[in-house]
Design a binder for this molecule. Sequence first.
Ligand SMILES: Cc1cc2nc3c(=O)[nH]c(=O)nc-3n(C[C@H](O)[C@H](O)[C@H](O)COP(=O)(O)O)c2cc1C
Length: 344
Amino acid sequence: MKTRITELFGIRHPILLSGMSWISVPEMVAAVSNAGGLGILATGVYSTTQTRAAVRRIRELTDKPFAANVTLYFPGAHENARVLLEEKVPVINISMGKGDKIAAECHAYGGKVIGTVVNVKHAKAAEAWADALLVTGHEAAAHGGDVTTLVLVPAIADAVKIPVIAAGGFADGRGLAAALALGAEGIALGTRLMMTQDSPINGACKALALDKGIADTVYTTRFDGQPCRILVSKGSKKAIRRGLDLPRAFVNSRQIAKMMGMPWGKLAIGVTASGWKNVKQLSFLANAFKAFQVSTLEGDVDKGVLPLGQVVGLIHDLPTVAEVLDRIVHEVEGARDRLDAALS
Ligand SMILES: Cc1cc2nc3c(=O)[nH]c(=O)nc-3n(C[C@H](O)[C@H](O)[C@H](O)COP(=O)(O)O)c2cc1C
């Protein structure tokens, strides 16, 4: 397969691993890149030391192109971006913020930049600094847009000149064929690649998710303060009922600061000084990080909260990462044959 995405990144298949905290770790990134796609490392919950070590570990595991994500509204994101630039990571994926300065430095060493967007306005703005856009529709796990992939992808493909990667709702070759037909030039997979043998998510989550259907997730702003899709579970129902919980955030933010190698006092003073909006957002985030950690690492969705896409209802097995990519590449041929037959 050849699209502007395969050409831009020097990869065989236009298939990317989405940046998923605690899941898109070096081994997963390398597995996707070695299988001919582009793995994206998630740095959201890493300290700068962990980010540097993760990038170096990927380079031990693969000599293929790879990417790393920075989610700009997470604490520590700009410091992690600095590490990615110092390490000259081949592709930097910037989400939830303006990436022009990071992009300029990345371009200076010959790197490429993917901007993640969820609406047409942000897509047009990101076109000024990104080489490609990752467009995340409503079906997606975690932070997809208000509009479904089916409508959002062609709207953005029409609005910009740079290539578009579609995300949210993709699990197989039919999905890739559909994305290409809509004007995208690649797809990014989250939930599907989380549901693989290689994925480090707790086995209890994989077993649970195998039984879930397309309607077993919910899209809410009451979990991490942003529109976010999560599995319906005891843990997520409790989190939604609670909404913003400042005393809990006070406790969780200490643990999160420690995990990310940040002095808590400095973080607390900085956030408080930056106004109520930031206090509110970071309090939501502190509780969300903790709840994600409890589900993905400990496998407890009664206490924790698991981001999950609607596409979980189309997933019925746990293949390896390499098998998923291989299948998609073969299935897309079947989809083309069906289209040819229907159109002839
Ligand atoms: C378990 C899990 C963890 C995720 N963590 C993050 C995250 O930390 N930051 C983020 O921006 N997106 C996160 N995502 C969302 C993915 O990056 C991606 O946008 C989404 O999974 C694509 O939709 P799909 O699941 O339908 O493939 C996560 C997704 C899953 C399934």
